[in-house]
Design a protein around this ligand. Structure first.
Ligand code: SAM
Length: 215
């Protein structure tokens, strides 16, 4: 069986979105970082860090001790190379309570088991630390393939599993406009099919900020 190349590894997405392989570039990253008051020296992890753009941003703009994990060698080889290691997000190679904030941008819907992933995030975060989650939301059909657009969970379901994993919800914001902008950019870059997938009316895009409950 021929496996299709996922959108985030296609040159088209880089053409449309640059090195941030998600809607909105750094808009939501900065919104989240500013909301929690991300400060110099904070140990921060970016899960599914792709080309490493967020790791670099968090270091340069916020002075964070930022690192990323990314399972794909293709992404790691294409990326910036600073502060990223090869690992899956639901099996993190870090000690418990290592981080003060964890970013997960357009990645959770790709996990085989989102609950297991969130339990792992909880493990590596310090009590009171922040989960900064942005992703597509939709109907969620994990059997339907590997793309975020098909697998995206309903937002209410994500909120429920985040809370069940031991986080208090501090902020949930709709940013679907940024997804529609990305669809338009994909179309302009020549990706009609990819633009249609991203631009489906039932799809949205959100930012969620959670805080790990104190023990
Ligand atoms: C849409 S891209 C987003 C990359 C990056 N977060 C960004 O916004 O630029 C999705 C990334 O998640 C990674 N990924 C897929 N499944 C994963 C998993 N189970 N754990 C961690 N990363 C995963 C992919 O390799 C890919 O780099």
């Amino acid at each position: 069986m021929v496996q299709s190349v996922p959108l985030w590894e296609q040159p088209l997405l880089r053409l449309a979105a640059g090195d941030t392989l998600r809607p909105g570039g750094f808009t939501i990253t900065d919104r989240a970082a500013d909301f929690v008051g991300l400060a110099p020296g904070w140990p921060v992890l970016d899960v599914g860090s792709g080309l490493g753009a967020t790791v670099e941003r968090l270091r340069a703009r916020y002075g964070a001790m930022a690192h990323g994990v990314e399972p794909s060698w293709t992404q790691l080889k294409r990326g910036r190379g600073t502060g990223q290691v090869q690992a899956w997000g639901d099996d993190l190679p870090f000690l418990s309570s290592s981080f003060r904030a964890l970013f997960c941008e357009c990645v959770l819907s790709l996990f085989p088991d989102a609950e297991q992933g969130l339990a792992e995030f909880n493990r590596v975060l310090q009590p009171g630390a922040f989960l900064l989650l942005s992703d597509l939301c939709g109907h969620g059909d994990p059997a339907g393939g590997t793309s975020c657009a098909v697998r995206a969970l309903p937002r209410a379901q994500t909120e429920a599993i985040v809370e069940a994993a031991g986080f208090r919800l501090l902020l949930v914001e709709d940013h679907s406009r940024l997804l529609h902008q990305l669809a338009a950019r994909l179309l302009f870059a020549g990706g009609e099919e990819q633009a249609c997938n991203c631009g489906q009316p039932q799809l949205g895009y959100y930012l969620l900020v959670g805080q790990k409950k104190e023990e």
